[in-house]
Design a protein around this ligand. Structure first.
Ligand code: FEO
Length: 183
């Protein structure tokens, strides 16, 4: 009896996406470490929390692949890119990473639709919603940075920006406790 409920193409795409989420976690970790070493503890805290979120996303893909009786391939995660040049540059880069990730997820949604793999299509809807939230969250920070002066922001406004992020709630829900209503 065939127990694998994923097509080869979908299985490969989900495995690639699992690695991409791991890569995103490394990028956030790397940017967080950079922010911490520059003295921006609030920004670092925000990015460390999101590194954890990305790891949760990676785990969600892993769990789903296994649930469907397919093979999960844990592979090497590419090194994160160079450090950002400024706080503005950091958030612009983070936004671009999120947009790239959204597009990668949409490509698998399309693939699952074309294959009439409704289980995978349904599974991915959580990620479609999550990406909207993540893009909005980063855009909100970019809006605040714009008000603060963007690349020309004064030390004082960057201090306030960092302080606001430091005061944000800290807890990150583990992958296994997440639901569509409480992502
Ligand atoms: Fe896992 Fe930020 O996307």
């Amino acid at each position: 009896m065939k127990k694998n409920r994923l097509s080869l193409t979908i299985c490969q795409a989900l495995n690639d996406q699992m690695t991409k989420e791991g890569h995103a976690a490394q990028i956030y970790l790397s940017y967080a470490s950079w922010a911490a070493s520059e003295g921006y503890d609030g920004v670092a805290n925000f990015l460390f929390r999101h590194a954890h979120e990305e790891r949760n996303h990676m785990m969600k893909f892993l769990e789903y692949i296994l649930q469907r009786g397919a093979k999960a391939a844990i592979s090497a995660i590419p090194a994160p890119p160079a450090h950002p040049k400024s706080i503005q540059d950091c958030f612009e880069k983070v936004f671009q990473h999120e947009v790239d990730n959204t597009e990668a997820i949409h490509a698998i949604v399309k693939m699952s639709f074309e294959e009439s793999d409704w289980a995978t299509w349904h599974f991915l809807q959580w990620f479609v919603k999550e990406q909207i939230e993540e893009e909005t969250m980063v855009l909100n920070q970019l809006d605040k940075l714009k008000i603060a002066g963007g690349e020309k922001a004064s030390g004082e406004s960057l201090y306030a920006f960092d302080r606001d992020l430091r005061n944000e709630p800290d807890e990150v829900v583990l992958a296994e406790d997440k639901t569509a209503e409480k992502p």
